[in-house]
Design a protein around this ligand. Structure first.
Ligand SMILES: Cc1cc2nc3c(=O)[nH]c(=O)nc-3n(C[C@H](O)[C@H](O)[C@H](O)COP(=O)(O)OP(=O)(O)OC[C@H]3O[C@@H](n4cnc5c(N)ncnc54)[C@H](O)[C@@H]3O)c2cc1C
Length: 414
């Protein structure tokens, strides 16, 4: 049975950053990854649509603070630094929505998000939904927006958790993909692929790791798998992880965040807007349909389906989801759009056994639980992953920085 100083479990942004930081440490390190590729939720698919499409992360959030902005500059990866959410619009039956209606919807969302931020800054740990006006006609759109940001519904999100989140310097999309950048940054790392870890025995002086392809030992491990994988118990532990930590995992779960990409025969004409939602102004309770239009001038429409709505859509088969999409798109751009669809791609992160969801957010009243993820367990197990970051949870750079911190802790143990 091979023995390593440090075993890193999971080769997403967190595990890769840990491995890169241990590269010249002189320690014997192994990276075990369940999939046949690296990157986890940062993955650029270049084959399905014939152009780069980020199935997961696409945006450099908090670009001024984001280490990947500098990594992109160093590696020559292009991004759009001029994107502004001000280009957001609403589409409805027949096309245009009066400007004052867009202002009313945007104003409500801004007001509620502002109150949520104020509560978080004041140290209040309550639900986002406490700040929604009952019966407001823009609540479905607000749920949609919150879903995209958090992958959860407003009732399931803590104001204090997001109050601790730092967000400076805009959101920049990467032209050739964030997944591609994460993979390029980790090029040359030795990762043992297609090796799911199924059991971790930390009862002895070192850690015994059982994978689907054999067993190994390590002095310390960096556990860099998604928190929902831990919640689902897909990796067994002997002895069980401390009950308080397991409870903390449950307090900071990942919701649902999926994408539907529709490749068209040519870009959408007549809209200079990059972001929008197709809404129903008739008062019917129809879910808004979110849109990212012509990214980088490409003939592509991307819809984000998140929170409870995303969960609902995950239950539908491809034909039913496309029926929903084409109804909304016909309303926004005319029925001829139906004939212009060339290919589609749909993600399934929530049912993927190596992810099982979107990204982490603390439940109302439970923001303190995230602080537990920085503790080392039994002088042997160090946690890493987006869920471990306080200022940048739910992001690639948060995962990356958590991996760097985990590498330092693991070094101290070996
Ligand atoms: C649809 C979507 C859009 C997003 N958009 C953005 C965005 O624009 N910007 C942004 O910054 N973030 C975004 N995110 C979030 C971002 O992708 C994640 O926060 C980040 O990639 C998480 O990195 P990680 O290393 O913590 O986890 P992961 O990337 O999930 O990596 C964990 C790794 O562990 C592996 N693993 C799981 N189980 C096992 C096992 N048993 N044994 C061995 N290996 C295992 C997995 O295969 C995976 O490779 C998005 C996420 C989604 C789903």
């Amino acid at each position: 049975m091979s023995h390593y100083d440090i075993a890193i479990i999971g080769a997403g942004a967190a595990g890769l950053a840990a491995a890169l930081n241990l590269k010249s440490s002189g320690r014997r390190v192994i990276v075990l990854e369940a999939r046949d590729r690296i990157g986890g939720r940062a993955f650029t698919d270049t084959s399905t649509l014939g152009l780069p499409f980020d199935c997961g992360a696409h945006w450099l959030h908090a670009a001024a603070q984001n280490p990947f902005t500098k990594i992109a500059d160093r590696l020559g990866a292009r991004y759009n630094a001029n994107t502004s959410w001000d280009d957001w619009t609403l589409y409805a039956r027949g096309g245009a929505v009066p400007q004052q209606v867009i202002a009313e919807a945007g104003g409500y969302i801004e007001q509620v998000l502002g109150r949520i931020a104020e509560a978080g800054a004041a140290g209040r740990d309550v639900a986002y939904s406490d700040f929604m006006e009952e019966g407001n006609r823009w609540n479905p759109l607000l749920r949609q927006t919150v879903g995209q940001i958090t992958s959860h519904d407003p009732a399931d999100c803590s104001t204090l958790d997001s109050g601790r989140y730092e967000d400076e310097g805009g959101d920049f999309p990467l032209e050739d993909g964030f997944g591609a950048l994460v993979a390029r940054h980790a090029a040359g790392l030795d990762v043992t692929l297609s090796t799911p870890v199924i059991h971790i025995d930390w009862s002895g002086p070192d850690v015994k790791i059982t994978t689907e392809r054999g067993t190994l030992r390590a002095t310390a491990i960096i556990l860099a798998v998604p928190v929902n994988v831990l919640i689902a118990g897909l990796i067994g532990f002997s002895p069980a992880l401390p009950a308080a930590l397991t409870e903390a995992f449950h307090d900071c779960p990942m919701g649902v965040s999926e994408k539907l990409a529709i490749l068209l025969d040519r870009p959408i004409e007549g809209t200079e807007h990059l972001h929008g939602d197709v809404v129903d102004l008739s008062g019917a309770a129809r879910q808004p349909f979110n849109l990212y239009v012509n990214p980088f001038g490409r003939p592509l429409l991307v819809s984000h389906m998140a929170g409870a709505y995303g969960r609902e859509m995950e239950r539908l088969d491809d034909a039913d989801v496309m029926a929903v999409a084409l109804d909304a798109l016909s309303e926004a751009f005319g029925a001829s759009i139906r004939k212009r669809v060339v290919k589609t791609l749909r993600t399934h992160w929530a049912s993927d056994p190596f992810t099982l969801g979107g990204y982490s957010h603390a439940k109302p009243g439970r923001a303190a639980s995230r602080l537990m993820f920085s503790q080392t367990v039994g002088d042997k197990i160090v946690l890493a992953g987006e869920h471990c970051s306080i200022p940048f949870y739910s992001t690639v750079h948060g995962a990356h920085l958590s991996g760097i911190a985990a590498a330092e802790k693991a070094l101290a143990l070996t």
